[in-house]
Write a protein that binds this ligand. Structure first.
Ligand code: ADP
Ligand code: ZN
Ligand code: ZN
Length: 807
């Protein structure tokens, strides 16, 4: 008899598997979805391993197979285990990442009658009654029997009947509630002949619209989509309704498959002739693709400014992989923001591209998953979770804008798609391309160390399309000159000129952390923590400055410690305020605001983008979202209203974040023939991140940044684990955080670990979230998760291994 180690869909299971016996007659494979008895329930499980001996003495039998085909490949099974270990996540949660959408459902117990039962006569009257109910229908769900007989009674009778071999009990997946997409079609309700005659009659009666529509339908061989009929004839709904009430036409609701990509207007494209720099990069990746030995690292960092031709390399290396009989996965930070990229893939691989996004209904996502598994697509494009697509013969994984924080999932399992991709590549023999204009400092460090191939594209492809000029404006000088508006003289002149020339302007504002740090408006000095170097955050309630890393606290000083000025300000401005001031300063310009508040409401990203692209607005005001890869040829001016908000977030990555944001925002200008100009406003023009961004100089930024990381012992020189506790009572919350700290310190000492430090507890960056207070502890060292994994973590704690950004 064989045994299976099964990951069971129960919160009790945590990071472990359970041993089950495989009953004879069931053929079970690794990756297969099965029904597993668990306590008094039957749960979904995925077989992760087949063994000759069980891990425990007493095992129960697998109750049945959910799907005849294994749902996970053996590489995915290994990947699920790896994610669970690395990010300390429950195993079934990581397995679930790779299951078809909507798979997680409860079991439905089905009772089926046995064709020619024996010893039927020996049954009790109650059993016979239950048996009749089953036999009458052939099969019936346990639920229905419970309704008829009462819950307890039905369950015990069924068990008795099963024991006597009179009925069989099986488990099925609850049906998914798929709402198919339906669109109205319009067709004739009469014969073509009659429709023609009626049309002539209507023309005679001067009912021209009705006649036209009827005539149009008479020419069609079958019903047509109503939107098409309306467009082609210029008729409105009232006309169609009138014909319908005469019984001449009829609306039908027709179910349609929503195609993830509309190929309308997409023409096939062919590969471009590569530039010398592109060719070098391409050849290097190609040699990784054909290499069989696995000796060289499978990861390439493609570092190139916006417009340097990275996407063309993705396209051509993918084509190369396809030639070798392989397939690819392409990750983009946010699918809604990358329509242009998707179009380019769709035109190079017509009808061979799958796009995964959340706008598809569950049923459609499920269909897409099946089609991918069946090998229908050369390329799967999607955000973070697309890395788990069941793409067979995986040869190439591209992660575009690899530095983006959206690749880290902020709910359990808190994986980073880049790290998962590299692991998956290792398991499948695929090759990884990490592309970015501003690589993550940690990625670049690995490339420098030789862990990744470093491929660089230093220039934009199009001759004459140079990088925009960047001007840094010192806001302290503006104040000295008596200018108190949000716009420096330089920025307001440039805006006026651009609008007058019918060009477009983007105003960029980083709103997160607004109004929290304290800065001297005379000398630009920002109050920072002495130990952590991060900006101190102002808490209104206590009127104190708090370090969100180590909880160092101080009163708000009356004067600037550096220049003794009294002009200390709590800084921060919102997009709404900026919008008001823009419209009062430039009343003639048409404004468009793009931030989460707006896109959560009436308009989608695409709508706002389309409005701006078609020049329905002159000035676009937005947050970090507009920094993403958009090609907007009419934009000649980008104004960064305040570079300081990103720089003064209480996070050791604030400098990196600032550099990335400024570089990307700057990349928005000068994509067209008009050229471009960028103006950055700041109180700290000398800051290395601003200086480097202004010079388009990644190398000098990196050199400074990596040095700071080394000095302060931050990643990539260490790894972090953040532990956040949340509670409705702030005092209890802090107390539990301190208790945990004592426990961790004791563990560190008793185990003799000498390279782990504990930072905090401190209030989390978002100290209060949905009525709960949050306190945070950070463990920093070479392998913090090794310790955390050994310690019981009580309810209320969230553990994040390798956290990014602020929580
Ligand atoms: P990135 O992805 O680095 O921003 P792209 O691949 O989008 O760069 O290239 C920028 C522009 O240059 C695009 O319009 C692209 O079509 C064009 N381009 C890229 N490579 C070439 C090439 N070898 N020859 C001509 N044009 C190119
Ligand atoms: Zn000062
Ligand atoms: Zn501190």
């Amino acid at each position: 008899m064989g045994y299976a180690e099964v990951s069971v869909n129960s919160p009790v299971a945590q990071r472990r598997t359970y041993s089950y016996a495989i009953p004879s007659g069931l053929s079970i494979d690794v990756g297969q979805a099965v029904w597993a008895p668990f306590g008094d329930k039957v749960l979904q499980g995925i077989v992760l391993e087949l063994t000759d001996y069980p891990a425990v003495e007493e095992t129960r039998d697998i109750a049945g197979i959910i799907d005849p085909r294994p749902l996970l490949s053996s590489a995915h099974v290994k990947l699920a285990r790896w994610i669970s270990e690395r990010y300390l996540s429950p195993l079934f949660d990581t397995v679930a990442l790779m299951l078809p959408p909507g798979f997680e459902r409860k079991a439905v117990t089905v009772i089926t009658s046995v064709p020619s039962p024996q010893r039927q006569d020996l049954a009790t009257p109650a059993q016979r009654h239950a048996l009749e109910l089953v036999q009458k229908r052939g099969r019936i769900s346990l639920k229905e029997l419970e309704k008829a007989l009462g819950k307890k009674k039905a369950q015990s009778l069924v068990s008795q009947l099963v024991g006597r071999g009179l009925v069989v009990r099986t488990y099925e997946l609850q049906k998914v509630k798929v709402k198919p997409k339906k669109v109205p079609y319009l067709g004739l309700a009469v014969t073509v002949e009659e429709a023609r005659q009626q049309a002539t009659r209507l023309y005679g009666k001067k009912a021209i619209k009705q006649a036209t529509l009827l005539d149009f339908l008479a020419q069609q061989s079958e019903p047509v989509p109503w939107t098409e009929a309306r467009q082609r004839t210029g008729c409105n709904k009232a006309t169609a309704d009138a014909l319908a009430s005469m019984g001449l036409v009829q609306f039908h609701q027709v179910e349609v498959r929503r195609e993830p990509i509309s190929y309308q207007g997409i023409t096939p494209s062919s590969p471009l002739t590569l530039t010398a720099a592109q060719k070098l990069a391409f050849e290097s990746i190609r040699s990784c693709l054909v290499a069989k030995d696995g000796a060289s690292p499978p990861v390439s960092l493609l570092h190139g400014v916006t417009g340097s031709g990275k996407t063309e390399i993705y396209l051509q290396t993918l084509a190369e992989a396809v030639k070798l009989g392989k397939r690819g996965i392409v990750l983009v930070p946010e699918i809604a923001l990358t329509p242009q990229t998707i179009e380019r893939f769709a035109s190079r691989f017509p009808r061979r591209v799958a796009v995964l996004h959340s706008k598809l209904s569950l049923g459609e996502q499920f269909d897409e998953w099946q089609r991918i598994r069946d090998g229908e697509f050369d390329v799967v494009i999607g955000s973070r979770s697309a890395i788990f697509a069941p793409q067979p013969e995986l040869g190439l994984i591209v992660i575009d804008e690899e530095h983006e924080w959206t690749y880290k999932q902020d709910t359990v399992p808190r994986y980073h798609a880049r790290d998962v991709a590299i692991k998956l590549a290792e398991l499948t023999g695929a090759v990884v391309i990490l592309g970015s204009a501003t690589p993550d400092v940690e990625t670049f460090y690995h490339a420098q160390k030789g862990g990744y191939h470093l491929l660089q594209l230093p220039e934009r492809v199009t001759p004459g399309e140079t990088l925009p000029r960047i001007e840094v404006v010192d806001l302290r000088e503006e104040l000295k000159a008596g200018n108190r508006s949000l716009f420096s003289r330089s920025l307001s002149q440039a805006m006026a000129k651009a609008v007058a020339n019918r060009e477009q302007v983007i105003l960029f504002l980083n709103r997160r952390g607004a109004a929290t740090f304290v800065q001297c408006r005379s000398c630009g000095f920002v109050l920072r923590c002495r130990r952590c170097e991060v900006a101190l955050t102002h808490h209104f309630a206590e009127d104190a400055l708090i370090c969100h890393q180590c909880n160092h606290r101080m009163a708000v000083p009356q004067i600037c410690p550096r220049c003794l000025s009294h002009r200390l300000k709590f800084l921060g401005i919102g997009t709404q305020k900026l919008e008001q001031e823009t419209s009062s300063t430039f009343p003639q310009a048409r404004l468009l605001r793009w931030d989460r508040d707006v896109t959560r409401g009436r308009y989608s990203h695409e709508q706002i983008l389309t409005k701006f692209r078609t020049h329905e607005a002159d000035i676009l005001i937005g947050t970090q979202m507009i920094a993403k890869g958009l090609d907007l040829p009419l934009v000649t001016l980008v104004g960064v209203v305040s570079a300081d908000t990103a720089m003064n977030l209480p996070d050791f990555r604030a400098g990196e974040r600032t550099f990335q944001l400024l570089s990307q925002v700057a990349g928005r200008a000068g994509r067209g023939i008009l050229g471009g100009r960028v103006i950055i406003q700041t109180y700290s023009p000398e800051h290395y991140a601003i200086q480097a961004a202004a010079q388009h100089d990644y190398a000098s930024f990196y050199a400074r940044e990596i040095e700071y990381r080394r000095q302060l012992g931050n990643p990539p020189f260490t790894r972090l684990a953040s532990l956040v506790y949340s509670h409705t009572n702030d005092v209890l919350c802090q107390r539990e955080a301190e208790r945990m700290k004592r426990q961790l310190v004791a563990e560190i000492e008793s185990r003799g670990i000498d390279d782990l430090t504990l930072i905090g507890p401190a209030p989390a960056f978002i100290h209060r979230l949905r009525g709960r207070f949050r306190w945070q502890l950070i463990l920093r060292g070479s392998e913090p998760s090794a310790l955390v994994s050994q310690i019981p973590i009580p309810q209320g704690w969230t553990v994040d291994i390798d956290p990014v950004g602020l929580t």
